[in-house]
Design a protein around this ligand. Structure first.
Ligand code: AMP
Length: 172
C-alpha cells in the first residue's frame, strides 16, 4: 500500500481553491501500481459471490472494470445524464453548488445480483449515496460499497446507510 500511496499525486486548489485533489492518474499510469490496485480490490471481494460491479463516471470506470474482470463479474456504468442510450432510472443529488443527476440503465441490475458499487475517492459521499439509492431501488440481493481512497475527515460514510458495507484501500 505504501507503493500506491507514493504514486498518488496531491494537486492543491483543484478544481477550486482550498481543495486538495487526490489525483490517481499517476497511480493508473504506473504498471506495478495498477496491478496492485487490481489485486487488492479483488482480494476484498473474491469470495462474496459478486455478479456486478457498478462504476461511477468517470474515474470509477477504471478500478471498477479491473475489479469486475478480476473477480469474474459484469460491469455496469453509472453515468451523467443523457449519456446512456436505453431506458434509464435517475437520481438527483445535492452538490456544493446546485444539484447533479446520475443515471443507470433500468435493466442493468436484477434481483438475483450481488453488487459492488465502486468509485475512486470518497469525499462527502453525496455521489455514492445517490448511486446506492438507485441500485437499491432495483432490489439486488446485496450491495457492497468500495473506494480506492477515503478522505475520512469529510465523513462521507455518514451520507450512506448505516448498514452499508464500505471498504476503502487507503484512508487519509
Ligand atoms: P463526493 O463529495 O463524495 O460526492 O465526491 C464527488 C466526486 O468527486 C467523487 O467521484 C470523488 O471521486 C470526487 N472527489 C471529491 N473530492 C475529491 C478529492 N479531494 N480528490 C479527488 N477526487 C475527489
Amino acid at each position: 500500500m505504501d507503493y500506491i500511496k507514493s504514486k498518488i499525486r496531491d494537486v492543491v486548489d483543484f478544481p477550486s481553491k482550498g481543495i486538495v485533489f487526490k489525483d490517481l492518474t499517476t497511480v493508473f499510469k504506473d504498471p506495478r501500481a495498477l496491478h496492485i490496485i487490481g489485486w487488492d480490490l479483488s482480494q476484498l471481494y473474491r469470495d462474496k459471490g459478486i455478479t456486478k460491479v457498478v462504476g461511477i463516471e468517470s474515474r470509477g470506470f477504471i478500478g471498477g472494470s479491473i475489479l469486475a474482470y478480476e473477480i469474474g463479474a459484469g460491469f455496469v456504468p453509472a453515468r451523467k445524464p443523457g449519456k446512456l442510450p436505453a431506458d434509464t432510472i435517475r437520481m438527483e443529488y445535492a452538490k456544493e453548488y446546485g444539484t447533479d443527476v446520475i443515471e443507470i440503465h433500468r435493466d442493468a441490475i436484477t434481483p438475483d445480483d450481488i453488487v459492488v458499487i465502486h468509485d475512486d475517492v470518497l469525499a462527502t459521499g453525496g455521489t455514492m449515496a445517490a448511486v446506492y439509492k438507485l441500485i437499491e431501488s432495483l432490489h439486488p440481493k446485496k450491495i457492497y460499497v468500495n473506494f480506492i481512497i477515503e478522505l475520512s475527515a469529510l465523513n462521507g460514510r455518514k451520507a450512506l446507510p448505516a448498514d452499508a458495507e464500505v471498504t476503502s484501500l487507503i484512508s487519509y
